[in-house]
Design a protein around this ligand. Sequence first.
Ligand code: FEO
Length: 397
Amino acid sequence: MKIELMKDVFYVGIIDWNLRNFHGYSTHRGSTYNAYLVLDEKNTLIDNVKAPFTEEFIQNIKEIIDLKKIDYLISNHLEGDHSGSLPTLAKLCPKAQIVTSEKGKAGFLRMYKQDWNIQAVKEGDTIQLGKRTLTFVPVPLIHWPDSMMTYMTPDNILFSNDAFGQHYATSKRLDLENPLSEIMEEAAKYYANIVMHVSMLIKKALEKVTQTLKLKIEMICPSHGIIWKQNIGDILTAYTKWSNRETKEKVLIIYDTMWHSTEKMAFAMLEGVRQEGVEVKIYNLTSTDTSDIMTQVLDARGLLIGSPTLNNGLFPSVAGYLTYLKGLKPPAKVACAFGSFGWNPKRTMEQLNTNLQEAMIPEILEPITYNFIPDPAELARCTDFGREFAKKIKSLK
Ligand code: FEO
């Protein structure tokens, strides 16, 4: 697919319509690997695509220019979805200079083991293309240590790579051509599953781009999903809110169950939270996609995590979910473990609490656990707890 975004600036990326799993992250709406071609005195390709799509990608470029005429191959990020075509491009564009960040240079040489002459750029370095100028802005860990953005004047385009992206396949490339609610939902899911744990770095990067460098941005061209043109304010506002780890009066109850005892506790707690008028959602880990749950975690103030005891420890689906959750450092302010047990009242709750501590949740309440099947009085206590937990949520910011 080639689309002229403005005079001499082309979209030449790939739409991955049938992708449903991106290294474990569910992509119900597919994805795209975006790349951009700029024609000037120096012709420049910004980013490239996943290796299996190389042939189609090369064809997109050939429709516009002879590859031998490309002068620069800008690689904003080393990860394979944006660099997989580089070995082929390097051969087909013999005079092209590969440009990446300093960390990217070491990474490319290690990953691709090619004898490439790579130009490493640092913050503020520029390359004159002719009428246009590229300025490089490293943004470490958004999404890998090598990541950088490329800003182009006088068009004021920010090629933001993973930042502001969405796994969203569509034949329309601009935000204004697609339903904003769908795009924002996918942008939130992307943030929650890919970069939520580096929110502090995103906050700094936003400050750098908008306040320190005061970049005037008329278009944001990320490496996944649609291009931001009409709704730039919406995505910048959302990233500001998410990177500030803002939460709302919302509780998530996330659990799995063997013989429905932990499930009974979960629903009793749900009723208590609901009675206090606080938004509450419940997810069984066997039947709900983990990446979708993380989208909800992005603005949830309280988490109630339930596990039955299996083989004297956490239920495997809960253990797996907690591994994912703690890596992503949720913004929740308070959490509590709950669940049923057969013989050992402590071990599973201790394991659950250890995971919640490692997730850096600031307040972790005393676990609630009952033997075998909770009786009516115990379920009533779960509902009482739900009410108290909801009151706490309302008292926190
Ligand atoms: Fe889309 Fe970090 O790669």
